[in-house]
Design a protein. Sequence first.
Length: 220
Amino acid sequence: MASVRRFPLIIAAAGKSARYGRPKLLEVIPGKHLTLIEHVVGECSAGGAGPIVVVLGPASIEPFGAIGKKAQRVDAEVLHIDPAPAQMRESIEHGIRQLEREIEGAETTYSPHCFGFMPGDLPGLEAAFVRKLIEECERSRSVLVRALSPEGMGLHPVAMRWADRNALLDLPGEYGPNQLWKMPDLSRHEFVHEGEGMRYDLDIPQDWEKFPFLRDPQGE
C-alpha cells in the first residue's frame, strides 16, 4: 500500500478560560468573522497540518459543545473527553491515542514522521509558521523540533517525532510537556522565528492589545 506523509496536530482546547472570564476560543477574530478556534484550525490546515484533532471536554457541557461545532466547521476532528482533561499534557495524550487508533485502522499506510501539539488560544498563529515548522521537521531527524523567539522563548505549536511519542506518554505524572526540553537524552532541533504575534497567547481580554495587527475584538 502507498505511504501517506502527514503532519498530525493536536490542539488542547479543554481549558475553562477562568482567567479570561468567558470562553475565549469562541471570541471572534476581528475582521475575519471567525472564532478563535476556527482561525487557529484554519491556519494550521493552510500551513499543511492534518489531521487536526481538537481535544475538548464533554459535548454535553458548554462551551465544549459549541467549540466542537465550530472546529468541525473547518474540518477538524473533535475528541470530547469526559471528564474534561485538567492539564494540557492529558489532552495531548488523548490526542495521541486517537491518532494511534486512526493509524492502526487506516486502509492506506499512514506513518507520519512528526506530529505537533499546541494550545488553542493563539490569535497570532499564521499558516506560514506552521509550514516552516513542518519543513524543519522534514529536514531534521531530531526527536523534538520547535521555534524560538529572538529572545529564546519557545513558541507553539511544537513538534515531536512520532516514533518517539512514548517519551511524552511515559513522563512522570507531575510533569507537563515542557519537561521534554529538559531531558538531555532527547535530541532537539530549534530555529528562530521573528514573528511578533507568535509570542503571545490569550489569557485575559486585555491580551488582545498584544496583537496590533488585529482590530480590537470588541470593535472599540
